[in-house]
Design a protein around this ligand. Structure first.
Ligand SMILES: Cc1cc2nc3c(=O)[nH]c(=O)nc-3n(C[C@H](O)[C@H](O)[C@H](O)COP(=O)(O)O)c2cc1C
Length: 183
């Protein structure tokens, strides 16, 4: 069993999402979820924006197919996902490989993988918050993974830009969630 560990934050050591993916992978490694860990840092080694030529290179898709569990760190940038992560998604959402259109509409072909996403957001986006309509990170990631046949699980650290106390308590609570999720 293989875990694919993906980080995307540009914040290096200060990144909350990196702390959370590290904790998730530490818990999952050696369990039923994975003996081997493949690490991809999309901030340190970004994939280029998609071009037609790049459809010929299936290395990112192959790496995705080999993984049984995928752990992704996803900070919110400008109300959505980092472009680094979008470039990765552009390489795994491929007609005929991870989805197809049939008589009943679109069908996901990547069923059976476990995807856990660590979200880190500066503000709050719950349904009752004034910013709820600007939430295009969790909704997008849930939608795109559903489209290819996967129901992602989320660990969430919100309100990270509100102040140091809120940041500490959000990260602490989310780290606790990583332990529960991985158990
Ligand atoms: C370029 C940039 C854009 C951001 N845009 C938003 C935003 O639209 N909404 C928000 O709630 N937080 C925003 N933030 C705050 C980050 O989501 C927050 O700092 C989070 O902790 C980043 O994840 P990280 O700690 O893993 O780097 C932004 C941060 C950066 C650096």
């Amino acid at each position: 069993m293989t875990i694919l560990h993906i980080d995307t934050s540009i914040n290096g050591e200060n990144s909350a999402s990196r702390q959370l993916t590290k904790s998730l992978v530490e818990q999952l490694k050696g369990s039923q979820w994975g003996e081997t860990v493949v690490y991809r840092d999309l901030a340190a080694n970004p994939l280029p924006h998609l071009t037609l030529d790049q459809f010929a290179d299936s290395s990112v898709l192959d790496e995705f197919f080999v993984a049984d569990t995928i752990v992704i760190g996803a900070p919110m940038y400008n109300f959505t996902l980092p472009t680094q992560l979008k470039a990765w998604i552009d390489r795994i959402v491929i007609a005929g490989k991870t989805f197809q259109y049939g008589a009943n509409g679109p069908e996901g072909l990547a069923k059976g993988k476990r995807v856990i996403i660590a979200l880190a957001r500066g503000g709050f986006y719950n349904d009752s918050s004034p910013a709820a309509s600007l939430e295009h990170l969790e909704t997008y990631l849930r939608g795109i993974f559903n489209f290819i046949g996967i129901e992602p699980e989320f660990v969430v650290a919100d309100g990270l830009s509100i102040g140091p106390e809120q940041r500490d308590s959000s990260i602490k609570q989310a780290l606790g969630d990583t332990v529960r999720l991985a158990a």
